[in-house]
Ligand binder design. Structure first.
Ligand SMILES: [Zn+2]
Length: 53
């Protein structure tokens, strides 16, 4: 029952959940789900998300 194949989706779900909590708590900046980059520049010349452009 506790094979890695079964546990992996749960692990991914937990990571996504924890990350969402951290983002909402403003510990981590909000990042794009597709490219993993931030939506807004925090530093000059920083690479940001361009998926929606
Ligand atoms: Zn993006």
């Amino acid at each position: 029952m506790n094979s890695p194949v079964v546990a992996l989706p749960y692990l991914i779900l937990w990571i996504a959940l924890m990350r969402a909590l951290l983002v909402s708590a403003a510990i981590l900046p909000a990042t794009c789900a597709r490219c993993g980059l931030r939506f807004e520049r925090a530093e000059l010349g920083e690479t940001v998300c361009s998926c929606r452009r």
